[in-house]
Design a protein around this ligand. Structure first.
Ligand code: HXC
Length: 291
């Protein structure tokens, strides 16, 4: 029986604190990104969601408008393509005339040990997570300076230790954290803030489906998360509302870990060392594994 539960942001924060402000989010079509943008919209923001899947993006934009009553436009772009991300920013400015908040959430992940990770596979995740974040920051910064806005990067906690099968993601997210710190330092004097939120295991997200063994809810989660439950996407939405709100006006260059305390007792969710000595044994444990 969980002793802890997630709460909707509207029960904690005032409505309309982001009225008249605009959020630009990569990776907002689904999962954590979708809830983050929906939560910011529930508090008054208009939004531009950016991603590769044009059809899915349009559907998500329509659903977000319906659930929040705010405006949301879809801008189809691959964060790895500089021209496309610039065009998405132009579309945002054309629609709303400003960008206040940027969420860098586009990411790629799969499980693979270095021995089975092709050079292209490693590069692909670095390109989506790290270069994609850089491209997004570079394209939005002139506009965020004008509004004295803020950045939020959706990172992870796995690079705090050596997590097997995650060399590509660990390297990519470590670089994202480093970028955020430099943005905080370089842009702070202009009134721009930058922070990182580092989610732990969040239920019903692509990351969790790919990374956490089947049947974990009852067997594994209570053993690896002190708060004894999966995180919910609204836990990350609440963190985003706080970090963009005036309540966090002196918070920059920080990493907010939202993981129920997991990182402090982290082992590895895969059997160790069996999983690294015999990657074949991991196949049956993990959904979506292509080992
Ligand atoms: C080994 C794999 C692989 C796998 C792909 N590759 N999946 N290698 N195991 N399971 C290899 C391919 O063989 C190829 O290398 C290279 O990676 C590029 O693959 P493509 O499919 O051509 O790339 P692309 O279409 O750009 O797709 C990118 C992707 C894909 C990352 C591979 O999974 C994707 O689009 N993901 C987006 C959604 C996603 O992953 N969301 C989860 C985010 S969760 P070769 O050598 O064959 O050419 C997250 C949380 C992190 O980030 C923190 C968790 C705690």
């Amino acid at each position: 029986m969980p002793v802890n539960k997630a709460h909707p942001s509207t029960s904690v924060f005032k409505d309309n604190i982001f009225n008249g402000q605009v959020v630009f989010i990569t990776g907002g079509r689904s999962g954590i990104g979708y809830t983050v943008v929906e939560t910011l919209m529930r508090h008054g923001a208009d939004a531009v969601i950016v991603g590769r899947d044009a059809k899915g993006l349009a559907e998500s934009a329509a659903a977000l408008q319906k659930s929040t009553g705010k405006r949301c436009i879809a801008a189809s772009a691959d964060v790895r393509k500089v021209d496309q991300i610039r065009a998405a920013v132009d579309k945002a400015i054309e629609a709303f005339g400003r960008i206040d908040f940027v969420v860098c959430g586009a990411a790629g992940n799969f499980l693979a040990p270095i021995s089975a990770l092709s050079e292209n596979a490693f590069r692909t995740v670095i390109e989506i997570d790290t270069l994609g974040t850089y491209n997004t920051v570079k394209a939005t910064l002139p506009h965020v300076r004008k509004t004295q806005g803020a950045y939020l990067h959706i990172s992870a906690t796995l690079h705090y230790r050596g997590v097997p099968y995650q060399a590509h993601v660990g390297a990519a997210k470590a670089a994202v954290d480093a970028l955020s710190q430099v943005i905080a330092v370089e842009e702070g004097p202009r009134g721009v803030r930058s922070n990182v939120v580092a989610p732990g295991p969040i239920a019903n997200t692509e990351g969790t489906l790919r990374l956490v063994p089947k049947g974990s809810e009852t067997d594994i989660i209570p053993r690896i998360v002190p708060l004894a439950r999966f995180g919910e996407t609204i836990d990350i939405g609440n963190a985003a509302v706080y970090l963009f709100s005036p309540a966090a006006s002196y918070v920059s260059g920080s990493v907010l870990v939202v993981d129920g305390g997991e990182m402090h007792i982290r082992g590895t969710s895969l059997p160790y060392p069996e999983s690294v000595l015999d990657p074949e044994s991991t196949k049956k444990l993990v959904v979506g594994s292509k080992l």
